[in-house]
Design a protein around this ligand. Sequence first.
Ligand code: IFM
Length: 483
Amino acid sequence: MSSVSGHWNMEGPMTTDALSTAAPQRRFPDGFLWGVATAAYQIEGGAREGGRGLSIWDTFSHTPGKVRRGDTGDIACDAYNRLESDLDLLASLGVRAYRFSISWPRIQPVGSGGVNDEGLDYYKRLVAGLKERGIEPVPTLYHWDLPQPLEDAGGWPRRETAERFAEYAAIVARGLGDGVSRWITVNEPLVVANHGYRIGVHAPGRADEAAAAAATHHVLLGHGLAVQAMRAELAADSQVGVTLNMTVVRPTSEEAKAVAEEIEAEANRVFLDPILIGAYPADTVRARLLPPQELIAQGDMAIISAPIDFLGVNYYSPGTVGLRAEDDELRRGESRIANHPGAVTVTRRGISRTAMGWPIDASGLYDLLVQLHGRAPDLPLYITENGMAAEDYVDPEGGVNDYERISYLRDHLDASARAIETGVDLRGYFCWSFLDNFEWAEGYQKRFGLVYVDYWTQRRIPKASAGFYRQVIGANAVPVPVG
Ligand code: IFM
């Protein structure tokens, strides 16, 4: 159990020495897994190197108007060519685990059939390099870079894509299984279906409600089939889980409770319920957002709900929902919610936002963890992403003093430790992100890293938050926020 003890020096602005002296701290359980996270398309670059095929993100980012400033992941952080120095940098942060994703088109350039050994070798070297440095590799198999030929054949709305995914999962498990003991199948199925197929702001850029509903089912099925395929290849004690992006949705009034519950179900339960209980939340979510019955073959829900070893949770921000009549003028900080006439998102007065515009409220993470534990008390949880984008810049002394990020991390880590104190089985925390990187449709403008990347030179500059995080890991504790 974590507990409050000791003293930390919190005098003046928080610095990287903040953990060395006199403020109270909240401790994490021994063995708590401290990590950082990235994803292949966001950092690797080397888009045409090593036999890699094209993914939907290559196509999308090269389509004018899709990504801010026309940025692409062609070069990104050039991590593909900087393996050894990035591994040393990771080690210097003191992390015990590294969550990265595997680029499907590096392994299978056309998404099916033969294996590209050069691609697999790259990840073998990554896994070996991590282990040499005492860092646990935690790969995610799918972080949105679907091989383009599979999209051309219909993409995630097509059932065969789930089957191809399971084949790819088996190849990776066979190739890397010796060095990896914790695996994540899919990152954020909601974003795959919703951003990629419903609203089209992410690759492949389709805006088609029926395609999104079908993609929802097939990404979940892909997860379930991949779990089966991987278990057949891996040692019995290997752990396989999935990562969902989740939030809490708070109503501003008693009257707004029902719509808040529906919005929360759309965001969380459409993906969580099938995994936990083998059913879509048809009682709460409108039918057109759910896969039609004719797509759900017999046995699918059992495959999707086969036991997993842990749930990965990505949390950034909570939502607050209120009611306003259609003709009401909106107040400051309010915006209407598509498909929910009369509902508005509300930003509480005085609340800070990240550079993405997301409200900062760590109590949402605490509430989410407690809720999840209530629903699935025996399922270990990992926070597989949490962090913030900030307007980072290199100061004249050459440092990046990202105090806002330090305070964001401190508050969210404190919320995590408090959740553990109430009995939540939270086993680890992965900060998003190791490096500044390609933030999808936002391109390189939004910086989430603990390490600043100068994209002109590829120079890496650890920010003040990297020092803070290193101290948290060393102490296995976080300073308790004041007030
Ligand atoms: O950068 C993304 C990541 O790829 C998935 N989760 C949210 C992050 C911040 O938007």
